[in-house]
Design a protein around this ligand. Sequence first.
Ligand SMILES: [Mn+2]
Length: 238
Amino acid sequence: MGLCFIADLHLSPARRDIERRLADFLRGARDCKTESLFILGDLFDFWIGDDAADFLGHGPALDALRKTSDSGVRLFVMRGNRDFLLGEGFCRRSGAQLLDDPALVTVDGRRTVLCHGDSLCADDAAHQEFRRRTGDAEWRKKFLARGMEERLALAQEARRQSAAGHHGKPAAALDVNAAAVEETFRRSEAEWMIHGHTHRPATHRHTVDGRQCTRFVLGDWFGGESVLRLGARSHLVA
Ligand SMILES: [Mn+2]
């Protein structure tokens, strides 16, 4: 029983080891009758449309997710900055429910805000510009109308540029911005926040307008599985 929160697996055709890690983890989640599994963004290193899942070899990962949701584990997936094109086709195949970013839930009755985390990185100007551009419905429609090979080439080019842009940037510019964190706590009126994206797993305490708040940061899966197990019961807040 209980809840699991994960993020930043960055599954890709080049990292079949992470796909096996996920399959092992999901088997455990089914065996333990996990109540809900929340995947808070960047499950995939890039996603070029639901129609291209098999083209990229993600069939086994989707089957493992489906088996898990079919077993009774409630499966929630939030889009990250890498897999922001996850859509209804992915949901139908995996049995997952897409969450908005941010999403509000209760965890054992505590008001909790879930987000991928990139919206908190307000100091990363290049990334905020990328968010604005790719958030545009017209941009998405045009991109998805291209052939799979072309979409793949564009995604790989975007990753190269992002990696080059991060090189030499001060670490603080890539971490969360304190004001953005406070604003997210304030607006959501949440006591807890759970997010990924920064790949810096930790538990942080914040005082916001005199309220004690806790922020849980999820780790990536490059070196091993990284799971936050927290609470027994969750409810989505409408
Ligand atoms: Mn991310």
